[in-house]
Design a binder for this molecule. Sequence first.
Ligand code: SAM
Length: 266
Amino acid sequence: MLTFIGLGLFDEYDISLKGLEAVKEADLVYAEFYTSCLMGTKPGKMEKLYGKKVHLLSREDVEHHPDWLDNARDKKVAFLTGGDTMVSTTHVDLRLRAEKLGIDTRLIHGASITSAVSGLTGLQNYRFGKSASIPYPYESRRGTKVISETPYDTIKQNSSFGLHTLVFLDIDKDKGFMSVNIALKLLLEVESKRGEGVMDRAVAVGIARAGSEKPVVKAGYAEDLKGFDFGKPLHILVVPGKLHFLEAEALVKLADGPEEIMENIE
Ligand SMILES: C[S@@+](CC[C@H](N)C(=O)[O-])C[C@H]1O[C@@H](n2cnc3c(N)ncnc32)[C@H](O)[C@@H]1O
């Protein structure tokens, strides 16, 4: 049996009781922290709470060579992931591989950043369009910096329908956790190249450390927000589209947004 368990958002206590029971009962416990991670804890603290050794898996172990899956043929295996295990991950592939090997699978859900963002900002979940991800720029073979324009295009398309865009930020082994500040700078660089008015007049909302005692939620014009100190990771960004009156009020009152946001009410 392979049990996918979402760990929630911030520390070892965010796991559900059902998840905790399943980890305690497991013969083997694996975890991946490259799609997301819990910044308020460490593997050692998790192991203490679970009373189990946690084997850390790389992207390679999960997506290309999941040899460890074989253990789930005759043992109870728990596979842990930050947030909800199936939200903005490709772990359905792992589940399908397991099922093809004749291994039974089940899911134990965890709180996800996708729902936390609606809760913290007041932006309604059903008014979001397609999500985007911002990767770190890379160097082309000619040695020039290449910035992905895909997130800019996704924001542009969602905005044309009045929809909000949730923007996931890169987690890179070498470069670290991308901040809201870097993400906004990259989007504004694309704006100055393309000049289509998607970001320069946009209000954005940055969120840091959802699930912690003191999450930071700050709304403002992209240009102003790019210098704001959001503190430690993880960070995520939202670019709102048209706003319902209550959403606009929440951004002003709960996210310290500029009063002009009220002009964006549909
Ligand atoms: C690829 S998504 C995976 C989402 C995860 N499976 C979930 O359900 O929450 C990971 C990205 O979401 C954002 N994120 C995840 N947890 C967060 C948190 N607690 N606070 C702020 N941003 C977070 C970061 O931008 C991070 O790089």
